[in-house]
Design a protein around this ligand. Structure first.
Ligand code: URA
Length: 433
């Protein structure tokens, strides 16, 4: 076997064997294969793609490059969830307590925000003293007791992805479906859950901008999981406008708690119920209708909120934030964005809103940037609402002595107002089994 032959085969559209893929990945992780050969192969994959079998082999080789979590000590069905990333995407923090209140378990490793998209870990870190780095023993213990745990990417989970992702980032080879799929699914498989729900975001604030690519990515990931013996489904969901009415970190934790208290309904709530129902169905808790009722019941009974309280406590955080939001980081400054004309809100560009949040300090421009956990955006209006000139559309928050002018300009451009009411697109476009 040689790296040269492997690169050449992919360049010429000839399928690799599983052994070749394993040899190549292991050789790269061990430092025997240089960056320039892997880079050449990654570029060949970008142009010629990989078959489903090759993508599965690549995913498994990456997954086996490091530690894999053994969840056999958990007495019940474990369901993981992954979102391809969005703006205001706090769904995991709402769904995981719902699922655990309904008797299944959610062991979840989440990421930090980068660029215009937020990260669940940053949001959780706005809870005073909350620990996102746990040993795997403690992680499994928290899953067993609270029904879910959310930790940051730690330990030696999929070292192959860390190394290959850094190379992809530097060689313009990130946007390839088999490479994205193997990167995501290798980490999901290493976490060891029985089933996986994939939330593939589609729209202005998402990685995937067209329905065709979103469906292709979803199919590739589902096939990989099924080939690896896992239950899996993917939901293609709307990311054309921010999810919910808050974007940031502490501000999103407040919205999560309000939803779990049953104080807030709307499109984010509906989406979370749909995602939860699909996870519960995979966890064999009933048919689609029964699972939807279970998810709604978990909020109405207050049990999901109690699961969140317990998880916060077990991960060292202050659970009193649930009853007293002033314990969360508070912004020092705020500016209101007012409508410049009467009309209907025709669109709120979620990518732009994510970039405004970044500008305010709520996001990270580079991996090492510090973030302002109190910064963010509160949206007062959503698509379809009628608004009069001078009414508040959103409020921008920050604790940095910010020049808000640029953020204000961006905010005005992010909201489209028109004279005719537009019909809103659905939250769930498609489900791939
Ligand atoms: N998220 C990942 O984890 N990997 C990718 O390649 C893209 C998004």
């Amino acid at each position: 076997m040689s790296s040269y032959d492997i690169i050449s085969k992919t360049k010429n559209g000839i399928e690799l064997t599983d052994e070749e893929i394993r040899w190549f990945v292991n050789g790269y992780v061990n430092g025997e294969i240089p960056d320039y050969q892997l880079s050449a192969w990654l570029m060949a994959v970008c142009f010629n793609s990989l078959s489903d079998r090759e993508t599965t082999a690549l995913t498994l080789a990456m997954c086996e490059s490091g530690e894999m979590i053994n969840l056999s000590g958990i007495d019940g069905i474990t369901v993981d969830k992954h979102s391809t990333g969005g703006v205001g995407d706090k769904t995991s923090l709402i769904i995981a307590p719902i699922i655990s209140a309904c008797g299944a378990y959610v062991p979840k490793m989440s990421g930090r925000g980068l660029g215009h998209t937020g990260g669940t870990i940053d949001k959780l870190e706005s809870i005073p003293n909350f620990k996102t780095e746990l040993s795997f023993e403690r992680f499994i213990e928290v899953v067993g007791r609270a029904g879910f745990s959310i930790i940051s990417q730690s330990g030696n989970i999929v070292p192959a992805d860390k190394k290959i992702y850094a190379l992809r980032d530097a060689t313009a080879t990130v946007d390839s479906i088999p490479l994205i799929s193997s990167s995501i699914m290798s980490k999901k498989l290493a976490m060891g859950a029985d089933c996986i729900l994939l939330d593939v975001k589609l729209g202005s604030g998402a990685f995937m901008k067209t329905e065709e690519t979103a469906i292709k990515l979803a199919n590739t990931m589902v096939n990989t999981a099924v080939n690896a013996g896992k239950g899996c489904r993917a939901m293609i969901t709307n990311m054309d406008e921010p999810l919910g009415d808050s974007v940031g970190n502490a501000i999103e934790i407040m919205e999560v708690i309000e939803i779990l208290k049953g104080n807030k309904k709307g499109r984010l709530y509906e989406l979370c119920i749909d995602l939860s129902a699909n996870m519960l169905e995979m966890a064999e808790k009933g048919n689609a209708e029964e699972c939807k009722k279970l998810a709604i019941g978990a909020i109405n009974s207050g049990q999901a909120l109690e699961r969140l309280r317990l998880m916060i406590e077990l991960q060292g955080g202050n659970p009193s934030v649930i009853d007293n939001y002033s314990l969360l980081p508070q912004p020092k400054y705020s500016v209101e964005v007012l409508a410049e004309q009467d009309g209907y809100i025709a669109g709120i560009n979620s990518e732009e809103v994510g970039l405004i949040a970044l500008k305010l300090g709520a996001g990270r421009a580079t991996k090492d940037s510090e973030i302002d956990l109190s910064a963010g955006i509160k949206l007062n209006e959503s698509v379809g609402d009628y608004i009069e000139k001078g009414e508040k559309i959103m409020t921008l928050f920050s604790s940095m002595e910010n020049d808000f002018d640029e953020a204000l300009n961006m905010a005005r451009k992010a909201v489209m107002i028109c004279q005719k009411q537009k019909t809103r697109k659905p939250m769930v476009y498609n489900i791939i089994y």
